[in-house]
Design a protein around this ligand. Structure first.
Ligand code: ADP
Ligand code: MG
Length: 394
C-alpha cells in the first residue's frame, strides 16, 4: 500500500477529474503553490485541460487513462460532481490518495441518499432536510402524503442549476410530472416558504482538522446562482453558528477529506433546512478567491496534499456576481457582443475572473466578478454598479 502519511510537497503532480472552471481554478491555485497538475476530461478542449501541465483526454472510466494518471499523481480529487464512483475506486486501488473518497461523492450524486443522510443526522446537526417522499415505482405516486403539496419533484440523479425539477401543485398533477421526468427515481419535496438561501463551505484535512468559511447568502435567477454576498446580510449570528456547526458535523460524519459545500434554506418562520451537499469547491465559494486569506481552491490543494489547512478569515466584505453566456448576446437576441470589460476593469475593487471558455451560450457559466468593499453596503453597491454596466439587472 502507498504511504499516505507524508505531505505531498510542491514540485509534485496533483490530479483532478474534470476540466471545467472549478478544475481550472484548482489548477491555478495548485500551480501558484508550485505543484504540477494532471487533468482528466473526456472533452478535448476544457478550461482546466488547456492550462494543466498534463492533460489526459479520456472517459472517466478508461482504465488505461486512470493508470496513466495514477503513475503521475499520488493524490487525486474531483471537480465534477457526477464523476463515476468507479473511477475514484479504481484510482484508490492503484494506491492513489483520493480526496474526497468515492462514498462521499456518491452520496452527493443521489438526492435520495442525500436527503436520507441529512434526515439521519438531524438529531446531531439540529438541521434536517425539507419533508420529502421518494418516488421510484408507479405505486409510490399514490402514497405521497397530502401535506407535501405544493411540492417540487426532483430527479434523484444528474440535477443541477434547477434542471430536472418540476413544481407539482396537487397530487393529481404528480403522475404527469413524473412521466415528464421519464419516471426515473425522484424525490418529491415540500415547497418551503424561503426567506433566503445560504451556503456553508467547510474543509476537512487529512488530520481531521475542520475549518469553516463565513456563510454566504445566495440569490439565484432561473435556477442559476446570480450573486453570493458575505457576510450574509440577512443571517443572524446565532443562525450562522447553527449552520456552521451543522456543516462541520456533516463533514465529519462522512469522513470526508476536502472542500464541501452545504446549501441551506432559511424559512420565513426562521427555521433552517439543509438542502443539498456538493463534494467540491462551489460557485457560492468563489468569493474566497479575493476576500479570504485562503481560497477554497487553495484548501482543495492543501487537503489533497495532506498539508495543514489555510486560514478561512474574511478580509473584506464581498459580493460575487456570476457572469453567464447571456452577456455575450445583445439584449435577448442572438446578436453577438463582447461584454464591456473596460467598464468592469475601471472599478479598482472589482476582481474579474474569466474561465477561458471560447463558446458562450445562454446560461453557461463564463466567469465571475468579486466586488469588494470596506463595508458590506459598499461591496453590494459595487456589485450592483458593475452588474448595471454589464447590462445585468442588479
Ligand atoms: P440544484 O441541484 O439544481 O441546485 P436544488 O435542490 O438546490 O437543486 O434546487 C434549486 C433551487 O430551487 C434552490 O436553490 C431553491 O431556490 C429552489 N428550491 C429547491 N427546493 C426547494 C424547496 N423544497 N422549497 C422551496 N424552494 C426550493
Ligand atoms: Mg442547489
Amino acid at each position: 500500500m502507498a504511504d499516505h502519511s507524508e505531505p505531498i510537497l510542491p514540485g509534485s503532480y496533483l490530479g483532478i477529474l474534470g476540466g471545467g472552471q472549478l478544475g481550472r481554478m484548482f489548477t491555478q491555485a495548485a500551480q501558484s503553490m508550485g505543484y504540477k497538475v494532471c487533468v482528466l476530461d473526456p472533452d478535448a478542449e476544457s478550461p482546466a485541460g488547456s492550462i494543466a501541465e498534463k492533460f489526459i483526454k479520456a472517459d472517466y472510466t478508461d482504465s488505461a487513462a486512470l493508470k496513466e494518471m495514477a503513475s503521475l499523481c499520488t493524490s487525486v480529487s474531483t471537480e465534477f460532481e457526477n464523476v463515476p464512483a468507479q473511477a475514484l475506486d479504481e484510482l484508490e486501488s492503484l494506491g492513489v490518495f483520493v480526496a474526497p473518497r468515492s462514498s462521499c461523492v456518491s452520496l452527493a450524486q443521489n438526492r435520495i441518499a442525500e436527503k436520507n443522510f441529512l434526515a439521519t443526522w438531524k438529531s446531531e446537526t439540529n438541521i434536517g432536510p425539507a419533508p420529502n417522499f421518494v418516488i421510484e415505482h408507479d405505486a409510490d405516486v399514490a402514497h405521497v402524503p397530502a401535506d407535501l403539496f405544493p411540492g417540487i419533484l426532483k430527479t434523484a440523479r444528474m440535477g443541477y442549476d434547477g434542471k430536472g425539477q418540476i413544481t407539482v401543485y396537487a397530487a393529481a398533477d404528480l403522475p404527469a410530472a413524473w412521466a415528464e421526468l421519464g419516471k426515473v427515481p425522484c424525490v418529491l419535496e415540500k415547497r418551503m416558504e424561503l426567506d433566503f438561501e445560504v451556503s456553508a463551505l467547510v474543509v476537512r484535512g487529512y488530520d481531521d482538522a475542520v475549518v469553516a468559511y463565513p456563510v454566504s447568502q445566495n440569490i439565484h435567477r432561473d435556477g442559476i446562482l446570480h450573486t453570493s454576498t458575505v457576510p450574509a446580510p440577512s443571517l443572524k449570528p446565532l443562525q450562522e453558528k447553527k449552520i456552521i456547526d451543522a456543516a462541520k458535523a456533516l463533514i465529519r460524519k462522512i469522513d470526508y477529506v476536502g472542500v464541501l459545500c452545504v446549501e441551506f434554506f432559511v424559512l420565513k418562520n426562521g427555521d433552517i433546512i439543509a438542502n443539498e451537499i456538493a463534494p467540491r469547491p462551489h460557485n457560492s465559494g468563489h468569493y474566497t478567491m479575493d476576500a479570504c486569506v485562503s481560497s477554497q481552491f487553495e484548501q482543495q490543494v492543501r487537503s489533497m496534499a495532506r498539508l495543514p489547512l489555510g486560514d478561512t478569515r474574511l478580509l473584506a466584505p464581498v459580493s460575487m456576481l456570476n457572469l453567464l453566456g447571456d452577456l455575450w448576446f445583445e439584449g435577448n437576441s442572438d446578436q453577438a457582443q463582447e461584454p464591456a470589460w473596460n467598464k468592469v476593469l475601471a472599478h479598482p475593487d472589482a476582481k474579474l475572473h474569466l474561465y477561458g471558455k471560447s463558446v458562450p451560450r445562454v446560461g453557461r457559466k463564463m466567469g465571475h466578478i468579486n466586488c469588494l468593499g470596506e463595508a458590506l453596503n459598499e461591496a453590494r453597491q459595487n456589485c450592483a454598479a458593475v452588474a448595471t454596466e454589464l447590462g445585468i439587472e442588479p
